[in-house]
Structures are given as C-alpha cells and as structure tokens.
Design a protein around this ligand. Structure first.
Ligand SMILES: NC(=O)c1ccc[n+]([C@@H]2O[C@H](COP(=O)([O-])OP(=O)(O)OC[C@H]3O[C@@H](n4cnc5c(N)ncnc54)[C@H](OP(=O)(O)O)[C@@H]3O)[C@@H](O)[C@H]2O)c1
Length: 299
C-alpha cells in the first residue's frame, strides 16, 4: 500500500512516515523548507502548498493510494499576522490537494481543537465549530474543503496540543518543559488553560489504524483533559525531578498576538467506541521520556 504523508519534516508527519514504514507501507513524504532527517527508506518530495502546480505534480508523480495530510502553517500567532499565507496554505492548499487526490482510496486530514472557541471544553464531533483565531478558521476551511470534495473517502482527525520528540527539531510545549526540567530549570505553565495534550508517537499509530480500517467522518483523537500546569507537574513526576520547578501562571499575564481558547479539550468517546484510543497520560509521558533519551543521543 502506497501512502503519501505531507509535512514529513514536521512533528507529527515524521512519526507518521516512520509508523507507516514500520508497518510495511511504501512511504512517500513531503518536505517544504527543511531537509528531511532520518527515515532513509522513505521517498521524499518537495511540496509547496501555495503552488497548485507543485501539489498536482507530487500527486501525479507518487500516485498514492492513501494521503495523510499533516502539513500546515501551524504558527498560531503567525497565522494571525499573515492571514493571507494561512488562507493559502491551510485552506487553498488543502482544497487543491483534495481535488488532486480524487483518485485516491482514502484521505486523512489532520485538524485541530482550535476550530472551537474554548468557552466550554470537552467538544464532541457534532459540536458547532467557532474558531477563536485565524489559524483555527483556516484549518476549519480545510476540513470543509476535504469533506465536500472527498466525502466518505476521507477522515478529519482533530487533535490537540501535540507533544513529543522531533528528530527534525520541531519545538513544542512538551519538549520545552522536558528539557528545562532535566536541566533543573523552572517551567512556567498556565493553570487556567485546558487542552487534551496528544502524544505524537502513539497518535501516529492510531492514525495508521484509521487508515487501515478506512474510518470515514470526523474523529477526535487526543489525550486526556488537563491544564498546561497539570501536564508539566505530571511530566516532572515521571522524570523524577522536583515538582516545585513547575510554577503556575495565568493566561491573562501573557500577551499573545492571537486569541487562545481557554478550554479546547476534546471528547474522544466516539473514537474510543471504534477502538481508536491513546494510552493514559502517564504511559504517554513515560514513552516520551524514554524516546527522548534514546533518540536525542542521551543513551
Ligand atoms: N502542533 C500542535 O500542537 C497541533 C495541534 C492541533 C492540530 N495540529 C495539526 O496537526 C498537523 C501537524 O502539526 P505539527 O505540529 O506536526 O506541524 P509542524 O511541526 O509545524 O510541521 C508542519 C509541516 O508542514 C510543512 N509545511 C509548512 N508550510 C508548507 C507549505 N507551504 N507547503 C508544504 N508544506 C508546508 C512543513 O515543512 P517544512 O518544515 O519542511 O517547512 C512541516 O513539514 C497540522 O495539520 C496542524 O494543523 C497541530
């Protein structure tokens, strides 16, 4: 089975390409500004989602049976400042990719908890999206494009706060906290922002199962609901370092360009009912610590 993973140089895309390869898929992946790192058995292609010809060119060259579209302009503040780029990459690029992929068997679009405003939390797949910022809006437009072009041959997988080790160097709140805690430095974390932190290595395995089973529709696949402060405390426990290094701060103390949802946690009961489930937070954090030590050359 030939799969094309867009965004193979990104945090999730790298783990998707590795997971599909480990499962015996013929894996093609795309990069944009970065050079591919590792994954020698994966075929790499340069893709620019702002260039329709590049999109059609990659699909015609690879002729994938499955596409997993993980590439996106993911900087939330960047999207607010450069809405035109966010619109081109996350909406128009996704729409062009969906149109070019009409001949594929199955298409997965990775979306976000930021399609919700974060007023209530624990959002289900049937809740009405209402993005609080332009990043969320551009990703929601991408969802609508994929669903309208590909219908039942597509799955929109909404995830929340991705964390994990990235061999391509992609920073995330998990790795920032882990490295500071291991150095014995203080970690400041919001006590009043809740989400469903999602561990990329296990998420990639769950997405591979969705592909194998061709599950259509919208699916929330994410970790359990915690505040960022609680997440950092649990990480400190797993690492065996002083919990006192984690300091609570309020979202209101920090001025960010784009508005952030206060509680963007996701209800994952639909996915669990289908047997698509991530392990408990503790297990994810343990694997995160072990994988970090192994892959970053500490061991
Ligand atoms: N990170 C989160 O916390 C989070 C939360 C919810 C949902 N998501 C969604 O999950 C997916 C994966 O996120 P991530 O954090 O793994 O992403 P990431 O690390 O920021 O990686 C983004 C990927 O997209 C590629 N890309 C960016 N602009 C492109 C363009 N114009 N044309 C082609 N490729 C382009 C990048 O290529 P280069 O690196 O080579 O430039 C990179 O491979 C995204 O769809 C995101 O919206 C992420």
């Amino acid at each position: 089975m030939k799969v094309l993973v867009t965004g193979g140089t990104g945090l999730l895309g790298w783990w998707l390409a590795k997971t599909f390869y480990d499962k015996g898929f013929n894996v093609h992946a795309t990069c944009h500004s970065k050079q591919p790192t590792g994954l020698e058995n994966v075929s790499w292609h340069r893709l620019d989602l702002e260039d329709p010809q590049s999109i059609v060119g990659v699909i015609e060259e690879v002729k994938p049976e499955v596409v997993v579209h993980s590439a996106a302009y993911t900087e939330v503040d960047g999207c607010e400042l450069d809405k035109a780029r966010a619109y081109r990459v996350n909406y128009l690029g996704t729409k062009a990719l969906a149109l070019a992929s009409q001949g594929v068997e199955f298409f997965v679009y990775i979306s976000t908890d930021y399609v919700f405003d974060g007023v209530r939390g624990m959002y289900g797949e049937d809740d009405v999206p209402s993005p609080a910022n332009f990043y969320g809006l551009s990703k929601l437009l991408g969802e609508v494009a994929v669903e309208s072009v590909l219908g039942d041959r597509s799955c929109v997988v909404r995830v929340s706060g991705l964390y994990g080790y990235s061999p391509t160097g992609k920073r995330n709140f998990g790795i920032n906290a882990l490295e500071k805690l291991l150095r014995g430095e203080e970690v400041k974390a919001f006590h009043d922002q809740w989400l469903s932190p999602t561990y990329v290595r296990f998420l990639a395995k769950a997405i591979a199962r969705i592909v194998e089973r061709r599950i259509p529709g919208i699916l929330h696949v994410a970790g359990e609901r915690v505040s960022r402060y609680e997440f950092a405390l649990r990480l400190a426990e797993v690492l065996g370092v002083d919990r006192g290094l984690v300091k609570p701060v309020s979202m209101d103390e920090v001025k960010l360009v784009a508005r952030r949802p206060r509680d963007s946690s996701l209800d994952t009961s639909k996915a669990r009912g289908l047997g698509i489930e991530l392990p408990p937070l503790e297990e994810c954090l343990r694997d995160f610590a072990v994988t970090y030590r192994k892959l970053s050359g500490m061991e």
